[in-house]
Design a protein around this ligand. Sequence first.
Ligand SMILES: [Zn+2]
Ligand SMILES: [Zn+2]
Length: 418
Amino acid sequence: MSSRDWVYDKFCAYYKNPTFRFPSPSQFSQREYAFLLFKERAMVRHKSFATPTALTAFMRERIPSDVYHSCAYYEDPEADMDKKGWSGADLVFDIDADHIPTTCNKIHDEWKCTNSGCRVSGGMIGKGITPEECPACDGMKFDVKTWACELCIETTKVETRKLLDMLLNDFGFSEHEIHTYFSGHRGYHIHVENEAVRDLDTTARKEIVDYVSGIGIDIFDQKKRLPAKAKGKTSTPTFSLNDYGWKRRLKKGIYRYLTDAKTEDLLKIGLSKKAATTLTKNRDSILKRCIEENRWGSVKGVGYETWMRIAEHVKNCEVAQIDTVVTTDVHRLIRANGTLHGKTGLLKVEFPIKELETFDPFVKAVAFKEGTVKVRVSEAPEFKLSGETFGPFKNQTIELPTAAAVLLTLKGRAEVLK
Ligand SMILES: [Zn+2]
Ligand SMILES: [Zn+2]
């Protein structure tokens, strides 16, 4: 029995278990469903079902490695794309370590160009985030080896926290309109379901992406420019922040940043020596006068230029790094909640917003909780599952719990010995 057949049997058993329930999304019968079939490795899409029971029956018969549904609702989900009759879509966000420069991806992620004409013989190999085009040959196809470590999850959690803060406090969505999920691999999905967002087109969704990404934010007040001191000189804009939206976010962020910043931190972000030392020497009074009392121009040597530099730096820390394409695509397919991820054997799982800090996907998303199996591991970093620590492994034969063996097998790092 091949390792993949062994994993297939596990997926079969999981979905065929009588206790398996498909957690149906809202507007269930108006959505398009898509399945990547485990054995055939083929995509079946444009499916719709009247009930979750019918969908479950289909899954039990065909056994998918991955299950998706459209973020959109359609009059006829089974019709061709242009005849489906789009009648709205959830607003979705994908926060994935694939798109965030983490310090760990250089260690555990690797790509290899598969273009046969690559100028590097055998195909160029690189570490970290997979490029759009191979630097050696402009090829766009790669073999990608990734890993989901605790730091990946921690990094995506930070981005998720920032995004949720914007959705709740800047956009004013309520907690019950926002669904938060662990993606089943190395990130989080946020789905917003609200009357106000369902009809938004791509352009409107792009505006939301820009807001979340901090693009096009005018942080100084053009109307309150100081008059030019001398004839022929341009006027100086004033720096001002208020308590709404990005301005509130920047004001709080600048306060937090300056509370801890050392002189060398300030020099690193491009401040003059004079401004940096003034800021650290008179920290408390500057925090009070400039930020709390909104008198940004009241300290000599700390002017518009300085505040703009700090604001720019803080803005870059405050943006939420999302996969922008997912949010703007109004026909997007997204992994279905409660189903297995074909690259990990972990589940996509929903959890309440207030549990973001304590939610441990390496415990809660574990699907295979019984049995052990002997595997030959080629190479794997240390990892945790269900509270147990495994590895690091290098060319080792070992007995592992099913969930750990499924993960390593799907990641191409182990062979099941049976
Ligand atoms: Zn190449
Ligand atoms: Zn990592």
